[in-house]
Design a protein around this ligand. Structure first.
Ligand SMILES: [Zn+2]
Length: 258
């Protein structure tokens, strides 16, 4: 039965899809149609379709998060499920700054605001950066997270190929994406090459008024040494912020509390 069918009297019928019994419903008269009995909607199938759509949307988003470079174990990370230790005021401050950066992305971008997240392993930098990237993707913006090692490898691969492939490469994506997060800065051996590449990318993004977030386990002195004062100076233009994550690793804490 189709919804356009009308019935002469109320009757029961079986859903074509699930064979469950469905009642007919009384349709009130409208401008063009007379009042009559029509086959009702199968609530079971309608619910199944609704659930499937939600599931499909979730899968699509998870695919988009992974394509944006979010590692599998960070796929469920949000600002909401970051556990703030009230002993560390800086934690709530850092979360508030990152959350505000996500929510006010349009105006932060226009100001040329960049962020640097510095602190030890397990302090939650990647959790919050993943939450930021996910927040933007959910709102149909473009964002990407990449480790410095992958970025350097992509640049090298890129220059080994012809100029045509360079155009459509990861590098192009890195330069054009609305938010770029570079993780594990300082994890490489060729710091000078890294510094030049990061400068070029950040400079191109700065010119295009597109923000970049850098994440590193190093402290400010060490990162300044690696990136050079030229990049640090550029970084400080446009209300950029350095967030320090100087608390104990939650993984270490979890282990010690067991
Ligand atoms: Zn059904």
């Amino acid at each position: 039965m189709t919804i356009s069918q009308t019935l002469s009297k109320p009757e029961e019928f079986n859903c074509v899809a699930c064979k469950r019994q469905v009642s007919s419903v009384w349709r009130e008269a409208s401008e063009f149609l007379k009042a009559c009995w029509v086959p009702g909607e199968c609530l079971h199938c309608a619910e199944e379709i609704r659930k499937r759509k939600i599931e499909e949307e979730k899968m699509k988003l998870a695919g988009a998060f992974q394509a944006a470079g979010i590692a599998k174990r960070f796929l469920d990370k949000t600002f909401g499920n970051y556990e703030i230790d009230l002993m560390h005021q800086a934690q709530s401050k850092n979360v508030a700054i990152l959350r505000n950066f996500a929510e006010q992305f349009e105006s932060c971008s226009k100001k040329g605001m960049c962020l640097m997240l510095l602190g030890g392993v397990g302090s939650g930098k990647t959790h919050l950066a993943s939450a930021l990237v996910k927040y933007l993707i959910e709102r149909k913006r473009t964002a990407m997270m990449i480790t410095i090692l992958r970025l350097l490898r992509s640049v090298k691969e890129c220059y080994a190929k012809d100029s045509k492939s360079r155009e459509s490469s990861v590098i192009k994506q890195i330069e054009t994406v609305e938010l770029l997060v570079i993780d594990e800065v300082g994890m490489q051996f060729q710091s000078e090459a890294e510094s030049v590449i990061i400068f070029d990318i950040m400079n191109a993004r700065y010119e295009a008024v597109k923000p970049t977030v850098l994440i590193s386990n190093l402290n400010f002195m060490e990162i300044e040494k690696i990136l050079g004062s030229r990049l640090i100076d550029r970084f400080y233009e446009g209300e950029s912020k350095i967030l320090i994550f100087d608390w104990e690793s939650w993984r270490k804490k979890q282990r010690s509390s067991v």
